[in-house]
Write a protein that binds this ligand. Structure first.
Ligand code: TXA
Ligand code: MG
Length: 322
C-alpha cells in the first residue's frame, strides 16, 4: 500500500519532490484526473511509469510544466497559435503537441519528434512542479486501458502496491482528461477532446480538425478505440430513446445523464442532477467505477449531448463501450 499524504501540506510536497529527484514515481492530483508522475528527464524513472501501468511503449506521455515560460526549453516552433492558447487556457486542462527538443528522452515521446506539454492548474500539482523544478511526465494513474482515477482512493485501489506516495487532493474538479491539441501542421488537430471544449479553442485560433474517435491516429497512438474501459460490458444508447428492458434474472446497471424513473435495473447512477455537462464530467469515471464493482452482467449507458465538454464525455463512453 502507498502512503496517502495530504497534498496541501508543504512537508508532503517536499517528500514527493525528494522521491521524484530520486527517480521514483509519485501520484498526484490534477484538475482533470490523478497523474502518475516521474522526472521527465530521467529515462529510468520514465520506464517505471510504463512498467507500473503496463502501458505499451508506443503510447507517448504528457510532460507537465510549472510555468508557460518553460515551454521553449522543451519544444521548438512555438507559433502564435500556441502562444494564444497558452495565454488563454494555461494553467488548465489543455495539452499542446509541439516539436520536441532533444533534451526530452525518446521514451517519453514514444520516438515521435513531438512532445505533449501541459501546465496543470491544480494547486497541489503546481506546488509539486514548482518545488521539484523538474518537468514531470505523467499519464493518468491507472492500469493501461482502465478508467482514469479522480480520487486518491482510486489510485490506491489500482496502483497502491507499486507506489510509495500518493498526494491526496480530494476529487478532481474537471473529471475528464485534458484536451490534446496538435500544432504541428498548418491545420490544428484535436487528438483527444477533453476539459477545454473544441468551441473554446476555436474561439481563439479558428477552425480545427477533430480526430474521429473510432479510428486510432498514428499521431496519438494512445487514442485507441477501446480505452477507459471497465470490465463489465457497456451498451451505449441514444439519449431519450426507450431503454432496453432487462431480462428475467439479469443484473443490469444503468448510467443516466440525469435522473428519471426506470424499472428493472439493480443499480442506477445519474451523472448530473439537472443535466449539466460539467457536473456530468466530474462524476463520470467514479460512476463507471462503482457500476464496474457492482457485480453486474452489463451496464446500459445513456448518451449525453455532444457539445462543449459533452464531446469529451461521449469520446470516453464510446471507447469504454468499444
Ligand atoms: O488530463 C490529462 O491529460 C492527464 C493528467 C494526469 O494530466 N494525463 C493523461 O495522460 O491523460 P495519458 O497518458 O493518460 O494520455 C496522454 C494522451 C495519450 O492519448 C497520448 O497518445 C497523447 O496524450 N500524447 C502524448 N504525447 C503525444 C505526442 N507527442 N503526440 C501525440 N499525442 C500524444
Ligand atoms: Mg490515460
Amino acid at each position: 500500500m502507498a502512503t496517502l499524504l495530504d497534498g496541501t501540506d508543504p512537508r508532503a510536497i517536499r517528500l514527493a519532490t525528494e522521491a521524484l529527484r530520486a527517480g521514483e514515481l509519485v501520484a498526484f492530483p490534477t484538475e482533470t484526473v490523478y497523474g502518475l508522475g516521474a522526472n521527465a528527464l530521467d529515462e529510468r524513472a520514465v520506464a517505471q511509469i510504463f512498467a507500473v501501468k503496463n502501458r505499451p511503449h508506443f503510447d507517448p506521455l504528457i510532460v507537465h510544466l510549472a510555468d508557460k515560460e518553460l515551454v521553449s526549453q522543451y519544444a521548438t516552433d512555438i507559433d502564435h497559435r500556441a502562444i494564444a492558447l497558452m495565454e488563454r487556457f494555461w494553467p488548465g486542462p489543455l495539452t499542446l503537441v509541439l516539436h520536441k527538443r532533444p533534451i526530452i528522452p525518446d521514451l517519453v515521446t514514444a520516438g515521435f519528434d513531438t512532445v505533449a506539454l501541459r501546465m496543470p492548474s491544480h494547486p497541489i500539482a503546481r506546488a509539486l512542479l514548482q518545488e521539484a523544478h523538474l518537468p514531470v511526465a505523467a499519464p493518468s494513474a491507472n492500469p493501461f486501458g482502465y478508467v482514469s482515477p479522480t480520487t486518491a482512493e482510486h489510485v490506491q485501489d489500482m496502483l497502491g502496491d507499486a507506489l510509495k506516495f500518493i498526494l491526496d487532493g480530494g476529487p478532481c474538479a474537471v473529471g475528464v482528461e485534458s484536451t490534446v491539441c496538435a500544432l504541428i501542421e498548418e491545420q490544428a488537430v484535436i487528438l483527444r477532446p477533453g476539459g477545454v471544449s473544441v468551441e473554446e479553442i476555436e474561439a481563439v485560433i479558428g477552425p480545427v480538425t477533430i480526430r474521429v474517435s473510432s479510428q486510432p491516429d498514428r499521431r496519438s497512438p494512445g487514442t485507441l478505440p477501446s480505452h477507459y474501459a471497465p470490465r463489465v460490458p457497456l451498451q451505449l444508447v441514444a439519449c431519450g430513446v426507450p431503454l432496453p428492458r432487462p431480462g428475467v434474472g439479469e443484473r443490469n446497471g444503468l448510467l443516466l445523464f440525469k435522473p428519471r424513473p426506470v424499472e428493472g435495473y439493480v443499480a442506477v447512477e445519474s451523472l448530473s442532477r439537472d443535466g449539466n455537462l460539467r457536473e456530468a464530467a466530474v462524476n463520470l469515471f467514479a460512476a463507471l467505477r462503482r457500476l464496474d464493482n457492482a457485480g453486474l452482467d452489463r451496464v446500459i449507458v445513456e448518451s449525453v449531448p455532444e457539445y462543449g465538454i459533452g464531446r469529451a464525455i461521449m469520446d470516453r463512453l464510446r471507447r469504454a463501450a468499444a
